[in-house]
Ligand binder design. Structure first.
Ligand SMILES: Nc1ncnc2c1ncn2[C@@H]1O[C@H](COP(=O)(O)OP(=O)(O)O)[C@@H](O)[C@H]1O
Ligand SMILES: [Mg+2]
Length: 369
């Protein structure tokens, strides 16, 4: 059986004037999936969402929702629920009237409207606020009501554009948990937009990473983090140590590299082929670098496939579940994250040895500045 998709984007392109802001966007979203568009401000997230919603028309490409081509179909005929960053509630209507709005437009009977409004306010856990006006609600409550209003029509697709960006950190975490649970319980196919990589990882079945209107990678949060497809993804998602380097040789398993600052190390080969002299960027995540005291009992011997260098601790930050250590090694500044241990503690100014496995370093062709 062929899979049926709730949303399909085929080679979608959008220009504003002479600038292409969405370029050759291809995506298929399965029923019930939560897919996030992640990327820096201005990368084309909202523009793409607005094309799905019917507020903007693509210049090229085909847009399909539940098997039906949507090009030219107006927003109110697309069966969507939308939630925006800024609270889009009608200020002169009560909570109940706001939530009922979409049902009224659809000419649903008064008694059914009452039942459905009550039910959806239960779902977002605010049944006691029916008679309040938006200005009498907190930011978090307003976003919950906006979500209730989007869900009450039981849309086939839920679109959320940075719905948590205006909330403070604690509330953002609470509400993202709630949205995720709701999304899974109701099973509504969802497209979520954020510039926050942690929020994207938390919310999504799959993430689409965008940069300058181009899709850099589509994958599960784990794929995106562990197997970044491009240098941009490696830098944008999670923390990385990046080195500019030149290929100096290699064998069947590894490339040998020399960084611009003169450090040599090896990195795992992948499918891409390089020649000696090729300029590359190499990345290692801070948690894959191990840190040892110099001359300690734990100090390990040199091993094949393991890179090690010595350095000096410059800065220590205690961050609860881990500590972040900034180490100066020659002219490199390297960030290491390690589990906090009350037994092995480091001090600023202390000499240390850093090591990481060649297979934990990812190489990409040098990114143009
Ligand atoms: N109506 C418009 N006219 C001209 N340029 C626009 C318009 N809307 C957005 N843009 C530009 O398109 C690019 C993508 O914008 P947008 O999709 O809003 O980005 P994001 O939501 O990822 O921050 C930006 O460079 C933005 O300035
Ligand atoms: Mg936006």
């Amino acid at each position: 059986m062929t899979k049926s998709y709730d949303v399909e984007l085929h080679q979608i392109r959008k220009r504003f004037g002479s600038t292409t802001v969405v370029d050759n966007f291809n995506l298929q979203v399965e029923r019930g999936e939560c897919v996030t568009f992640l990327g820096p401000s201005g990368c084309g997230k909202t523009t793409t969402l607005n094309m799905l919603a019917g507020f903007l028309e693509p210049d090229e490409g085909t847009l399909i929702i539940k098997g039906k081509p949507m090009n030219g179909v107006p927003a109110n005929k697309r069966d969507l629920g939308m939630v925006f960053q800024t609270y889009s509630l009608f200020p002169h209507m009560t909570v109940a009237e706001n939530v009922a709005y979409g049902l009224k437009l659809r000419k649903v009977s008064k008694s059914e409207i009452e039942t459905r409004v009550r039910k959806v306010l239960d779902v977002v856990k605010l049944p006691h606020l029916t008679d309040r006006y938006p200005k009498q609600l907190s930011g978090g409550q307003r976003q919950r009501i906006a979500i209730a209003r989007a869900l009450v029509t039981e849309p086939s697709l839920l679109l959320l554009d940075e719905p948590l960006s205006n909330l403070d950190a604690k509330l953002r975490e609470e509400l993202r948990e709630e949205i995720k649970r709701l999304q899974q319980e109701i099973g509504v196919t969802t497209i979520f937009v954020t510039h926050d990589q942690e929020e994207a990882m938390y919310m999504s079945d799959r993430i689409v990473v965008l940069d300058h209107g181009k899709v850099e990678q589509i994958g599960t949060p784990e794929d995106i983090y562990q197997q970044p497809a491009t240098a941009f993804v490696h830098e944008f998602v999670g923390k990385s140590n990046g080195f500019q380097a030149v290929i100096t040789g290699g064998d069947e398993h590894h490339w040998r590299l020399k960084t611009t600052e003169g450090m040599t190390f090896s990195a795992k080969r992948n499918d891409r082929l390089y020649n000696s002299g090729d300029e590359v960027s190499v990345y290692v995540r801070p948690e894959y670098i191990s840190l040892e005291k110099v001359g300690s009992m734990q100090e390990t011997a040199e091993e094949a496939g393991v890179n090690s260098i010595s350095g000096t601790v410059k800065l220590l930050s205690f961050l609860g579940s881990f500590i972040e250590v900034i180490v100066e090694a020659g002219s490199h500044i390297i960030t290491v994250r390690t589990n906090y241990s009350p037994i092995i503690s480091f001090a600023e100014g202390e000499p240390v040895k850093l090591s990481w496995n060649a297979y934990q370093a990812n190489i990409f062709p040098r990114k143009e500045a």
